[in-house]
Design a protein around this ligand. Structure first.
Ligand SMILES: Cc1cc2nc3c(=O)[nH]c(=O)nc-3n(C[C@H](O)[C@H](O)[C@H](O)COP(=O)(O)O)c2cc1C
Length: 166
């Protein structure tokens, strides 16, 4: 079945940017999962959601309404640190195409509940003594935010769309 739309859920904007870039490159509409302009129920979609404690936000709801043909999880971890098989399993996606996109971290755009949920992790990272460049980058991200969105990260998703697997 052909993908009809790019559906997304984004809290601070990184996932929205990926969804818009993907939609533009693929010639599809990008629709927020909630709100006006959502596709008709049953539509075939690529779903993008931000990662929250290992879960792709909004995915379960989207799967009850749409034919979710592929999923992009957007998080702040470096790609090489993401256990994709585990992510797929935890999100009930064994066998379905799952892509990981590195988004960013915008503490100033987080609403209070999310900031509170992230606070213990932010404190832990802040206390870490490290010289490791990757860990230092994460410290900086937790303290001041970071933006790792890159159009190239979407290449595997576009390849998948173009292969006609969709
Ligand atoms: C409460 C909370 C939990 C998070 N959990 C994860 C996680 O498990 N893995 C990860 O890589 N990023 C995690 N993040 C980071 C977000 O997924 C990341 O900032 C993402 O780019 C946000 O996308 P958005 O701007 O579309 O909301 C978490 C962020 C918050 C606020």
């Amino acid at each position: 079945m052909e993908v009809q739309a790019v559906l997304y859920v984004s809290a601070t904007g990184f996932t929205r940017r990926y969804a818009q870039m993907l939609a533009e490159a693929a010639g599809l509409p990008a629709c927020p999962a909630r709100g006006p302009g959502a596709p008709a129920p049953g539509a075939a979609v690529v779903y993008l959601g931000w990662l929250c404690a290992g879960r792709v936000r909004g995915l379960r709801r989207a799967r009850t309404r749409y034919d979710v043909l592929a999923v992009c999880a957007v998080g702040m971890s470096p790609l090489e640190m993401v256990p994709l098989l585990r992510l797929a399993k935890d999100n009930g996606l064994e066998g379905a195409p799952l892509f990981y996109l590195r988004g960013g971290y915008a503490p100033d755009r987080l609403t209070l509940p999310w900031r509170l949920m992230m606070a213990p992790m932010a404190r832990k990272v802040d206390r870490e003594r490290t010289e490791d460049p990757m860990a230092l980058a994460m410290k900086e991200a937790f303290a001041h935010g970071a933006d790792w969105v890159s159009p190239e990260a979407l290449d595997p998703v576009l390849d998948w769309l173009r292969q006609g697997d969709a």
